[in-house]
Design a protein around this ligand. Structure first.
Ligand code: ZN
Length: 490
């Protein structure tokens, strides 16, 4: 730990015993004297050096204040944990100093973990020339957090709410004083930065404007998305029409007034709706209305892409506008899910109904029921030994192969995606699908080309991208099990 030269700012009295021979600078030439130096550092500020024979025990009361209790610095230096158990009551009353720093996250090796520690300074050496005591800092209690918003505690003294609150208060004071030290961009509208702000910008260090904090679903933006203008541009696929940009900007300003921004399916709609006037209409509708939390936007995009085959853009936009806000989630969730199931047979089965969400919903449900009752539920899959050997547990996830079309349908039900439509390819041994399970629940599925050792695609619920943790787990599985480049004993 860090060395501090000078007077400790903590009011404890210590005695430190050092070997006289180690202070060569002062007693040069003397060797094996069998003398020691007891250094008494009193909390009143008075220090006393006493030379004595080794192992000799001398009593000492401070000459300034008569204090007679000196803690054993050698003991504390040797084993701080053991020292604390025998001096617990003393340490607990002590006003501990706090250190706050940015530290490296072990997993990502990025400087994105904030650590705050309560420390104690223990005399560890004496500089006789300057008569200064060298203190070493030891951590008694630390709280850290970083990516993935997890708090982590480590403590030698008792963990209690009071200490935790004290640390959080100190961190927030420091964040507010020097936000730039913690990568928090300046905000014009708030006067105090909190732990939540720090967590957000530690997790997304590439964002250079504070208002990103109010955005929903930011995990899809990467290093090149730095300013809000960049990201808004990215969201409308760099469409150049002035009217489109203006509509988006106005919508953004309107929403951010309430310290929230939902961009809904803006990204997909700006790819699918080519006519700028119609696109402006959708954007002006009120994007926040489309603040889906449960709905897979990828599925909605596929559905709109499909609708474009059968309907004019104008009809689609009219349908979107007409969806009542209160039922938007249920409507879209049901409709896009049914659409996904029905995908396999839509080409043959879809009957062109009026372009309204109700009619489309019913038509997709009708088609998906036909699919669910079709041959898929009777299909049994067979696998090669090579494919079976990749089902390894113990890497955080239980990796499984679907045994039947029925099981694949269950997985697809849980993931709300089109996994089930792969049953023919699996049956024909054209591809292999693995499910990654935790507590018997499927978390995500991945399609692998076993022969060429390639991951073709992966998806979690609602076809969303994998989380950082899941990506890591998949990567690990791929390296160990598929590529076999690392030998691991599981
Ligand atoms: Zn004293």
């Amino acid at each position: 730990m860090e060395k501090v030269v000078g007077v400790s700012n903590q009011k404890l009295s210590w005695v430190l015993t050092t070997d006289l021979d180690s202070h060569r600078q002062l007693f040069y030439g003397l060797k094996n004297t069998h003398y020691e130096v007891d250094t008494y550092c009193c909390s009143c500020g008075y220090n006393k050096f006493i030379i004595k024979k080794a192992d000799q025990k001398l009593g000492y009361d401070c000459e300034e204040c008569n204090n007679s209790r000196f803690l054993d610095a050698n003991h504390a230096d040797l084993s701080i944990a053991h020292f604390l158990t025998s001096n617990y009551e003393l340490i607990n009353d002590l006003k501990l100093s706090i250190e706050i720093e940015l530290a490296e996250d072990k997993l990502t090796t990025l400087l994105n973990r904030l650590e705050a520690s309560l420390t104690i300074e223990i005399p560890s050496n004496i500089d006789f020339i300057s008569e200064q005591i060298v203190y070493t800092k030891k951590k008694l209690y630390s709280v850290s957090f970083g990516m993935l918003n997890k708090f982590k505690y480590e403590y030698l003294i008792k963990h209690d709410q009071e200490k935790f609150d004290f640390i959080i208060e100190k961190i927030e004071q420091l964040l507010t004083k020097t936000p730039e030290r913690f990568n928090i961009p300046h905000s014009n509208i708030i006067d105090k930065y909190t732990i939540n702000h720090a967590r957000f910008f530690l997790t997304y260090p590439h964002f250079k404007e504070f208002d990103f904090f109010y955005w929903n679903e930011v995990e899809n933006f990467h290093e090149e998305n730095v300013t809000i203008a960049d990201v808004l541009n990215h969201l409308i696929n760099h469409r150049q029409e002035k009217s489109v940009k203006k509509a988006l900007y106005q919508n953004y300003i309107q929403q951010i007034k309430n310290k929230k921004f939902h961009y809904g399916f803006l990204r997909f709609i700006s790819q699918e709706i080519i006519d700028p006037n119609l696109l402006v209409k959708v954007i002006a509708t009120d994007l926040s209305k489309f603040k889906f939390s449960e709905i897979d936007l990828g599925n909605v995009k596929l559905m709109i892409g499909f609708l474009k085959i059968h309907y004019a853009e104008k009809q689609i936009v009219t349908m979107l506008e007409s969806v009542p806000e209160e039922s938007i989630e249920t409507f879209f969730l049901d409709t896009s899910n049914s659409f996904i199931y029905a995908q396999e047979i839509l080409q043959e089965e879809f009957a062109k109904v009026p372009c309204s969400l109700n009619d489309l919903h019913d038509e997709f449900v009708r088609c998906s029921n036909i699919f669910k009752n079709s041959e898929i539920i009777r299909v049994i899959f067979e696998y090669e030994e090579l494919e079976k050997s990749k089902c390894r547990s113990g890497l955080d996830y239980d990796v499984r192969l679907p045994q039947s079309g029925k099981e694949l349908l269950c997985w697809a039900d849980d993931l709300h995606n089109c996994l089930a439509t792969y049953y023919k390819q699996i049956k024909a041994k054209q591809t292999t699908i693995y499910g990654f399970f935790k507590d018997d629940q499927i978390q995500f599925a991945t399609e692998v080309d076993i022969k060429n050792k390639q991951i073709l695609q992966s998806a979690r619920k609602y076809n969303r991208e994998l989380t950082v943790d899941e990506q890591k787990a998949l990567h690990q599985w791929f390296e160990i099990v598929i590529q076999g480049s690392i030998n691991l004993t599981v």
